[in-house]
Design a protein around this ligand. Structure first.
Ligand code: ATP
Ligand code: MG
Length: 273
């Protein structure tokens, strides 16, 4: 069963008329992890944000986004807000921008949970504490009392992952969740995602430049280039017998580069599976 179906998604800049994502169609089935790969500027983040209708107002989108049979394209903003965080949860590429700079990160978490869960105050803080510990914070309360600028990009990323763990969304969209992290934390975070999936059966869209991670956790891969999906298929097929020359180039060059980098760093980093 498909939990999400995207049909003919198009995104353009209303000011210049430039088309940024062209006629994108893909689906996500229940419990599946779909990776989106492709070079910088190929439209991965725009696509993810379009699913939640979170792109900047100057950008327009058309096409159908069907979540569990409901077409989100025609949904009023109020309904969309209810879905975000509850059914669809996104971990942004830039952790800093996801938080209100004028308040401690804990305030953001408490507010989000108050809106999206029926829990009491003490249940909320207990669940947040446990999730924060599970993403590697030994002293969750101290972290929650800090302002976003007082935390590193990697820490903010982990706070967002903790929030996603607490919210247990139907679909988790993670836009390069490990890019800002060091190798050890990266490994732990990828493990978190795997656990989240096996524990909750969450469906996931995972954007990453790290093809080693993609190979390890994705069931299917979607390859984007210049705003277009040029290929999609089972992970094994994409890595061993891609049809499109660009995919073959991406797989061979990136894997070689990452191997080289890990050798230089004197370790394996995230296993290539
Ligand atoms: N708010 C915006 N207004 C106009 N153009 C934009 C806007 N945001 C992104 N773009 C353009 O859309 C294209 C796709 O951007 P997007 O952020 O989706 O790329 P990406 O694949 O996520 O890249 P990266 O791997 O670097 O994160 C780029 O050419 C970018 O310049
Ligand atoms: Mg991006």
């Amino acid at each position: 069963m498909n939990i999400l179906e995207v049909e003919h998604l198009k995104i353009w800049d209303s000011l210049t008329g430039r088309i940024l994502v062209t006629d994108s169609s893909f689906h996500l089935s229940q419990g599946e992890c779909l990776a989106i790969v492709g070079e910088s500027g190929s439209g991965k983040s725009l696509t993810c944000r379009a699913l939640l209708r979170l792109n900047r107002s100057g950008l327009r989108q058309s096409g159908d986004i069907i979540l569990n049979g409901i077409n989100l394209s025609g949904l009023p903003e109020k309904e969309m807000r209810k879905l975000r965080g509850n059914r669809l949860c996104m971990i942004m590429q830039n952790g800093m921008r996801a938080f209100d700079p004028s308040r401690p990160v804990g305030a953001h978490l408490r507010e989000t949970l108050a809106v999206h869960t029926p829990w009491s105050r003490s249940e909320r803080s207990e669940n947040v504490k446990r999730a924060m510990e599970s993403v590697g914070f030994n002293d969750p309360c101290a972290v929650l009392a800090r302002y976003p600028h007082e935390l590193s990009g990697g820490m903010l990323q982990r706070v967002m992952i903790a929030l996603a763990i607490v919210l247990e969304p139907d679909i988790l969209i993670a836009d390069e969740p490990t890019t800002a992290l060091d190798a050890v934390t990266q490994f732990e975070v990828v493990e978190q995602f795997e656990q989240l999936r096996s524990r909750l059966g969450s469906s996931m869209i995972f954007v990453s430049h790290d093809l080693g991670v993609v190979k390890r956790i994705a069931d299917r891969v979607l390859v984007m280039k210049d705003g277009e999906i040029i290929e999609q298929g089972e992970t094994g097929e994409i890595f061993s017998s891609a049809q499109h020359p660009y995919t073959r180039y991406l797989v061979s060059s990136k894997m070689a580069l990452q191997r080289h980098f890990r050798q230089l760093m004197g370790g394996d980093g995230v296993a290539e599976g």
